[in-house]
Design a protein around this ligand. Sequence first.
Ligand SMILES: *[C@@H]1O[C@H](CO)[C@@H](O)[C@H](O)[C@H]1NC(C)=O
Length: 120
Amino acid sequence: MPCLVLRLHLILLLSGAVSGNSVQSIEPDMSVTEGNAVTLSCSYSTSYSGVSLQWYRQSPNQAPQYILQRGAKGSTISDHADFALTRFTSETNATATVLIIKDLELADRAVYYCALNETQ
Ligand SMILES: *[C@@H]1O[C@H](CO)[C@@H](O)[C@H](O)[C@H]1NC(C)=O
């Protein structure tokens, strides 16, 4: 089975200049095998009271693609892109979010981004 490298980068989506928010990758680079599953993790801290933890990915020469989002700290947002319904899941709590991809395909080779967004 071919090996894929998934690269995890972190961005913070903020509507204004607000301090007290950060996101951090737990493991920046993952080498994984087609057909297997992988868990990508981001830890975060925020001064916001409702947040959404969003995952995006960008494949070479393509625009960034939204995958899914999960609310935390009082927000119950839960949403998936259509392509992500069956193989992508996320678990999010007050300090971290994980993206689990199963049955990895070569097309999953991308830079993955987690993003923190204020919801209220
Ligand atoms: C939040 O999720 C992360 C990643 O799964 C885990 O390591 C951590 O223990 C969890 N924290 C709490 C408070 O449940």
